[in-house]
Design a protein around this ligand. Structure first.
Ligand code: NAD
Length: 259
């Protein structure tokens, strides 16, 4: 019997096989969750179609662009129609900033670049949660999960505007956890160590971050998307029933270092 047997999980943010969200989808599949997967645009749908035969189920694939309120509403309508008993889990694994804002000086970030990072990487959690909350409540409660990074509270070279977006995201986790707890909806984040995904490749210095974990983390090796998937299973499962508003670090212990 899997830990997520009988649950329906919406997993956003799979771009390809290296995505954090793909590690989560694989772990959820292994634990018996029924999956609804979203993709940002057609190219990623094609990637998803190549990946899903690796799963033990044929999940629904739905388009979602979190920059569009209409797209979020359309997903909500689809879920309300297809999942009559509600859903138990939402995974938000989405971030975006302009490439030129992920290098050089943070002080040079433009207004537009700053707002883009906040909109796609942080506000989208609020909008998705608002859409999904009635569906989670209908199921008697559930879990909302997002992905963050230590760059929210510590300065990481080149992480720049994404650091401010992650700080906003983590604050949103706490405000959402506070408000949605009465409906037994838990909201948590996984703060992951570096993994060379498509999004991470946009941050100059990702190779240096990977090397730093290997050289200095208490567990001197890099994490995998499977590690993130397993932590997500725990947070989505009944074993985490009274855990909410938390940032769970999956980073080989890197965040405890003082220098
Ligand atoms: N890779 C790392 O080192 C690392 C570390 C910590 C946290 N994270 C976080 O993990 C999450 C997933 O990133 P990843 O590293 O798996 O990279 P990824 O590129 O595989 O995933 C990012 C996803 O965001 C989606 N996205 C971007 N704009 C969107 C939009 N407008 N609408 C819908 N989807 C949109 C992309 O389609 C993509 O699927 C992000 O929040 C990222 O910040 C990554």
């Amino acid at each position: 019997m899997g830990l997520l047997e009988g649950t329906v999980a919406l997993v956003t943010g799979i771009a390809n096989k290296r995505s954090m969200a793909w590690g989560i989808a694989q772990a959820f599949d292994r634990e018996g969750a029924r999956l609804v997967l979203t993709y940002q645009h057609q190219r990623f749908r094609e990637n998803l179609e190549e990946l899903v035969p690796e799963l033990g189920q044929t999940p629904a694939l739905i388009e979602l662009d979190v920059a569009s309120d209409g797209s979020i509403a359309a997903l909500g309508t689809w879920l309300a129609q297809q999942c009559a008993d509600g859903i138990q889990c939402v995974v938000h694994s989405i971030a975006y900033a302009e490439r030129h804002d992920l290098e050089g000086r943070f002080v040079d970030t433009s207004r537009e670049g700053f707002l883009t990072a906040q909109n796609i990487s942080a506000y989208s959690l609020v909008a998705l949660s608002r859409m999904a909350a009635p569906l989670l409540a209908k199921a008697g409660g559930g879990a909302i999960l997002t992905l963050t990074h230590l760059g929210s509270t510590r300065v990481m070279p080149n992480y720049n505007v994404m650091g401010t977006a992650k700080a906003s995201l983590e604050s949103a986790v706490r405000y959402l956890a506070y408000e949605l707890g009465r409906d037994r909806i838990r909201v948590n984040a996984i703060s992951a160590g570096p993994v060379k995904t498509l999004a991470a490749s946009g941050v100059r210095g990702i190779s240096q971050a990977l090397r730093m974990t290997e050289e200095r983390a208490p567990i001197p090796e890099n994490i995998t998307t499977q590690d993130v998937g397993n932590a997500a299973v725990f947070l989505a499962s009944p074993w985490a029933t009274h855990i909410t508003g938390q940032i769970l670090f999956v980073d080989s212990g890197f965040h405890i270092l003082g220098a």
